[in-house]
Ligand binder design. Structure first.
Ligand SMILES: N[C@@H](CCC(=O)N[C@@H](CS)C(=O)NCC(=O)O)C(=O)O
Length: 243
């Protein structure tokens, strides 16, 4: 049995894996998991990921689910992808590792909240959140973006220098989440905007926009039927996350 990837392209870690696999011509079977359709629709993924989360990978008898970074590294090693993704030079590699560690506690901790506030909480609770909540989240995100530009990007083309690496890929998919819900964080940040353009060019615009099609059309989600069990489970969790 070949490589299977369990993904929902609304999820940013899933998009990083999808773009990485496709841009490196890694053959895989796309197992589509629809997160919003509830547990029954994710049964297959649940067998692969004990945590019942996506992304998840199955390669023969081997499964891997936590987290997307581990999956990206597994794919880069198994398919011996071009060196720039995760350089053999130990100092460059350490820069990728440094970014990935920072990312989880900063960009990843802030950017998804824009989607919770603008789309998920109204969808799951039936009530919009006060606008101050969004403002608070945008302030947190701005602090992270300032650090991203000044500390990681500086005046380089990509995070570790002149070529794209896993660090850029993990960053861009997360930063497209606010864009999808109408918070265009690139608008007033020319350095960040130029970096986004270079990342799009490096992976190929067609693939980039194909991977982001769902998130860029997320407004259509307001018509989706949410699994009632999932609604009951998630509404309090989402509200708590924003406290
Ligand atoms: N830390 C994981 C993220 C896993 C995760 O939180 N996945 C979310 C989608 S982005 C999920 O499956 N949520 C469904 C759930 O928690 O039930 C990674 O980077 O891959």
């Amino acid at each position: 049995m070949g490589l299977e990837l369990y993904l929902d392209l609304l999820s940013q870690p899933c998009r990083s894996i999808y773009i990485f696999a496709r841009s490196n011509n890694i053959p895989f079977e796309f197992k589509h998991v629809e997160l919003f359709k509830g547990p029954s629709k994710s049964e297959d993924a649940g067998k692969v990921s004990l945590l019942k989360k996506v992304p998840a990978l199955k390669d023969g008898d081997f499964t891997l689910a936590e987290c997307s970074t581990a999956i990206l590294l597994y794919l880069s090693r198994k398919y011996n992808t071009p060196d720039h993704w995760y350089p053999s030079d130990i100092q460059k590699r350490a820069r990728v590792d440094e970014y990935l560690s920072w990312h989880h506690a900063n960009i990843r901790a802030n950017a998804p909240k824009t989607m919770w506030i603008k789309v998920l909480i109204p969808l799951f609770t039936g009530q919009p959140l006060p606008s101050e909540k969004l403002q608070e989240v945008m302030e947190g995100l701005s602090t992270s973006l300032k650090q991203f530009e000044e500390r990681f990007l500086q005046d380089k083309a990509f995070i570790i220098g002149s070529e794209i690496s896993l660090a850029d890929l993990v960053a861009i998919v997360e930063l497209m989440q606010p864009v999808g819900v109408g918070c265009d964080i690139f608008e007033d940040r020319p350095r960040l905007r130029e970096w986004r353009r270079r990342v799009e060019d490096a992976v190929g615009k067609e693939l980039f926009f194909q991977a982001h099609e769902m998130i860029l059309n997320i407004k259509e989600l307001s018509n989706i039927q949410i699994d009632p069990q999932l609604k009951e489970q998630l509404a309090p969790v989402l509200m708590k996350l924003l406290k």
